[in-house]
Design a protein around this ligand. Structure first.
Ligand code: GUN
Length: 283
C-alpha cells in the first residue's frame, strides 16, 4: 500500500498557518504583506496560474496588485514597470509570470527584480546564494516538494535520488535541495543513457520532464518515493503527470497525484516567500 502525498491538503494547512501569521501582523497595527503579480499577454496557462496565485493571496490575507499588460508591450515599458515596483516600499514580492513575449528578454527582466522582492527565487543573487548554501528566497516548486518530505517524515539522508529534467525552475534546484539533505543525487535529461536503469536504482524519483505517463511500473524500485511535477494531457485529453500513476502507485511507498500533488504546493510556497520577503524587508 502506498501513501498519497496530498498537495491539496498540505497546501491548505500551510496557507492556514500563513493566514494566521498575516492576521497577527494586521492585529498588531502593521500593514499586510503584499505581492505584485505581472502578467504579460494572453497565454492561457499563464492566466490560470496567475488566477490561482491571486486566489491564494486572498485566502492568506496578502494584498495583491495585479498588472495585466498587453502582449505588444515593449521591453522598455516592462522595465519601467519593474523599476516602479522595486521602488514601491509597500510592495514586498514581485512575480513576473513566465513565459514573456518574444520581444522581451526574460533574463533582462529577471535580473532587474530587486533580490529582496524576488519571491520566485529566480534572480542571480538569490540563485547564487542558494547554490552555495546561504540564506535566500528559493524557487517555489522545489520548496513545495521538500515540504512533502518534512510533513510525511520521509528520510532523505543517504538515499539515492534521481531528478529527471534540468530546468532552472525545478530540476536543478530540487537536485540541490536533496543534496543539501544528504541524498546521493543523479540528474537525468534528454541525452541520458540507461535512464530506466538509473530510475530503477533510485529510492527517490522526482520527474519534471513534461512527457505524459512516461515513467512506467517496471522502472520503479519497490518502495520508492515518487514525486511527479509533470502537467500533461494524455491521448484521452486527461490531465496527467510524467508518471503512469495507476500502474506505478502500488510499487511506491509514497507518491504524488496529478493534479492535487505538487501544483498547489508551488502556490503555497509563493505565499510563504511573500511573507518571508515582508519580514526581511520590515524587520
Ligand atoms: N511559469 C511557469 N512556472 C513559473 C513560476 O514558477 N514562476 C513564474 N513567474 N512563471 C512561471
Amino acid at each position: 500500500m502506498y501513501t498519497l502525498l496530498n498537495g491539496k491538503e498540505l497546501s491548505k494547512k500551510i496557507k492556514r498557518e500563513i493566514a494566521s501569521e498575516v492576521a497577527s501582523i494586521i492585529d498588531s497595527g502593521k500593514r499586510s504583506p503584499s505581492l505584485a503579480v505581472v502578467l504579460v499577454g494572453e497565454d492561457e496557462a499563464s492566466k490560470i496560474y496567475v488566477r490561482n496565485k491571486i486566489k491564494a493571496t486572498k485566502a492568506t490575507g496578502i494584498i495583491s496588485h495585479e498588472y495585466k499588460l498587453p502582449e505588444s508591450i515593449t521591453e522598455k515599458e516592462l522595465i519601467e514597470t519593474i523599476r516602479f515596483l522595486n521602488n514601491d516600499d509597500e510592495v514586498d514580492g514581485i512575480l513576473v509570470q513566465l513565459p514573456l513575449p518574444k520581444q522581451i528578454s526574460e533574463e533582462k527582466i529577471i535580473n532587474l527584480i530587486a533580490p529582496e522582492k524576488d519571491v520566485d527565487g529566480f534572480t542571480p543573487k538569490n540563485t547564487g546564494r542558494f547554490y552555495i548554501g546561504l540564506n535566500s528566497l528559493k524557487p517555489c516548486t522545489p520548496s513545495g516538494i521538500m515540504e512533502f518530505f518534512k510533513e510525511y517524515n520521509i528520510k532523505i539522508e543517504g538515499k539515492s535520488a534521481v531528478v529527471l529534467g534540468r530546468s532552472n525552475i525545478v530540476g536543478k534546484p530540487i537536485a540541490n535541495m536533496l543534496l543539501e539533505k544528504n541524498a546521493t543525487v543523479t540528474i537525468c535529461h534528454s541525452k541520458t543513457q540507461n535512464l530506466k536503469k538509473i530510475v530503477k536504482n533510485s529510492d527517490i524519483v522526482v520527474s519534471a520532464i513534461g512527457k505524459a505517463e512516461f515513467i512506467k511500473e517496471d522502472w520503479i524500485k519497490k518502495g520508492a518515493v515518487v514525486i511527479d511535477v509533470g502537467i500533461n494531457y494524455n491521448e484521452a485529453k486527461q490531465l496527467v503527470g510524467d508518471v503512469d500513476f495507476k500502474n506505478v502507485a502500488d510499487k511506491c511507498s509514497f507518491i504524488t497525484p496529478v493534479p492535487k500533488g505538487v501544483g498547489p504546493m508551488t502556490i503555497a510556497m509563493l505565499m510563504k516567500n511573500c511573507l518571508t520577503a515582508y519580514k526581511m524587508r520590515t524587520k
